[in-house]
Design a protein. Structure first.
Length: 106
């Protein structure tokens, strides 16, 4: 039976540590600079605050709209609200009325 004899070069002893260092450095790089890494944490916080502010404004707008819709429900339609909506959608005015158009955003 023949046996092979090899020389110990020391290269085999370095494979596992080098591979471990490369793997660790890969994960550390992505933990620092990646999409959800330490550097992008502040950007995510700013975006979260912006979205929370937007949510608060949309919720307040929704409450106002719900209040207006509630005026048209429950069988008790307010005459002013009905008149306002009818004139707006049908583009109707009385002869002696003055129309003032309000532009949103200014």
């Amino acid at each position: 039976m023949a046996t092979r004899q090899r020389r110990n070069t020391g290269l085999g002893k370095l494979v596992v540590p080098v591979f471990s260092i490369l793997l660790s450095s890969y994960f550390l790089y992505h933990a620092q600079i990646g999409r959800f890494g330490w550097d992008s944490q502040s950007q995510l916080i700013v975006k979260a605050v912006t979205l929370e502010n937007q949510l608060a404004s949309l919720q307040s707008e929704r409450k106002l709209l719900a209040k207006r819709v509630n005026l048209l429900r429950n069988g008790s339609i307010e005459r002013d609200m009905l008149d306002e909506q009818a004139r707006y959608h049908l583009n109707l005015m009385h002869v002696d009325e003055i129309s003032i158009m309000k532009v949103n955003g200014s």
